[in-house]
Write a protein that binds this ligand. Structure first.
Ligand SMILES: Cc1cc2nc3c(=O)[nH]c(=O)nc-3n(C[C@H](O)[C@H](O)[C@H](O)COP(=O)(O)OP(=O)(O)OC[C@H]3O[C@@H](n4cnc5c(N)ncnc54)[C@H](O)[C@@H]3O)c2cc1C
Length: 398
């Protein structure tokens, strides 16, 4: 009998496992991962940004965890010799509407206790000679890192403290009684006292095994990137982001300096027809059916069809994608957009079409499911894990 069974070897599951084992060296903790390796999905297919917490609703879990997550991530990197760089980020306004939105974002930063510097057009140009805009917000704390390296370092700690990881162990069923919880995989079943599910793109399917997913579904949004040629690796000194549309959950196509020295352009946000499909033509019948027969999807389409069409057009026609970047970096050309691997975001959508912006948890007496862990969940993985530990501890004692 295990004390705790964790499902999912992405950064959220591993952070939780590592912290639980550290806090409770005597407890038997098992992590189930369906793939042969850790972090094959969202955790290793993202922008690698350590977010500072600019955008999030004040008082939300996202705002709280992100602020703490930035500090914790940097401490973790220092302690484990993982390279990171607090290169800072510029949110660039390129039109009168965006200047107005920039003012609102500045106010939000103030509410979230985040110091930012407002730059005039000229000051922006001085700091970033290749970037054009009416002005910008400078967030000095923002950084970059490789989240796969962080996940691997946490996993190493977890295992060296006596934690167990089972690879190729896909959870297919859950049985819960007042005395125990049983995690079924194809090969065998594992008994435990408490189960924690951190299944990313499969969060609704795992929660659904316990009847907890009636009011939401994961809709996959592909994020496609391009990479700039090495000659342009010094084109920017900071991360360059557009001012986002507050109605949308994604941040807009940005120029990201990666920790390996390269610069990526992206990601966009297009509907994915396969949850764990990274090629543009990937399609899965069951995944697509689950999107199309969900009322929340059609309500979402009704509200966001215009921006959805633009995203789709830009995904297929590189010129449109280029247009998004040229708004603030006019010197980039079509030939500069080189292929780069894509990622797929797990975004929870409610039955009425509402996009769930905050982290979402669901519980039974012997389980806790993290049902929505979108960006900045990589940045926030340590405080999310700490929060989950708190709940698990209460349950195991109670
Ligand atoms: C394009 C993109 C850009 C992003 N950029 C950033 C960024 O710059 N900064 C940031 O902070 N965040 C960013 N994010 C968000 C961040 O990457 C994710 O929020 C985070 O990685 C979520 O981690 P996770 O552990 O919940 O999910 P995942 O990494 O997806 O891990 C879930 C794991 O569960 C496993 N699993 C699923 N089902 C089962 C099952 N039945 N049995 C066993 N195992 C199972 C999967 O194989 C997987 O390993 C980005 C995301 C994307 C897609």
């Amino acid at each position: 009998m295990h004390d705790i069974i964790i499902v999912g070897g992405g950064i959220v599951g591993i952070s939780t496992a590592w912290q639980l084992r550290r806090r409770h060296p005597g407890k038997k903790i098992l992590l189930l991962e369906k793939e042969p390796r850790l972090a094959l999905h969202q955790t290793a297919r993202n922008s690698g940004v350590i977010h500072a917490g600019v955008y999030y609703q004040p008082g939300s879990l996202k705002a709280r965890f992100c602020k703490q997550g930035l500090e914790d991530t940097i401490d973790f990197c220092r302690q484990h010799g993982i390279p990171y760089n607090q290169c800072g980020k510029l949110l660039v306004a390129t039109s009168a509407v965006e200047v107005q939105r920039m003012e609102q974002l500045r106010e939000r930063c103030r509410q979230n206790g985040l110091d930012v510097v407002q730059l005039s057009r000229e000051e922006l140009r001085e700091r970033e000679p290749n970037i054009r805009g009416e002005g910008a917000l400078l967030v000095e704390q923002t950084g970059i890192v490789d989240y796969l390296k962080i996940t691997e370092a946490m996993a190493e700690q977890f295992v060296s403290l006596g934690g167990q990881i089972a690879f190729g162990a896909e959870l297919t069923g859950i049985g819960e009684t007042t005395k125990e919880i049983v995690a079924q995989t194809e090969q065998r079943e594992f008994k435990g006292r408490f189960l924690i599910a951190c299944a990313g793109l499969m969060a609704d399917r795992i929660a659904g095994l316990q009847g907890l997913a009636d009011d939401f579904r994961i809709i996959p949004f592909r994020g496609e990137y391009y990479r700039l040629p090495p000659a342009l690796n010094t084109i920017v000194n900071h991360l360059i982001y557009p001012i986002p549309d507050p109605a949308m959950p994604f941040l807009g196509v940005h120029l990201t300096r990666m920790i390996d020295g390269s610069v990526t352009v992206g990601p966009n946000a297009v509907l994915g027809w396969k949850r764990e499909g990274y090629g543009r033509l990937n399609f899965n019948v069951w995944d697509s059916w689950q999107i199309l027969n969900y009322p929340g999807f059609w309500k979402l389409c009704g509200e966001h069809w215009k921006s959805g069409m633009v995203e789709m057009k830009n995904a297929w026609f590189k010129n449109g994608y280029l247009g998004e970047v040229k708004k603030y970096c006019p010197q980039i050309t079509l030939g500069d957009l080189l292929p780069c691997p894509a990622g797929v975001r797990a975004q929870a959508v409610l039955r009425d079409g509402t996009l769930v912006h905050d982290f979402l948890f669901k519980q039974t007496p012997r389980s806790l499911h993290i049902c929505n862990a979108p960006s900045p969940a990589a940045t926030s993985a340590i405080p999310i894990g700490e929060y989950i530990c708190g709940i698990a501890e209460q349950r195991l004692v109670g």
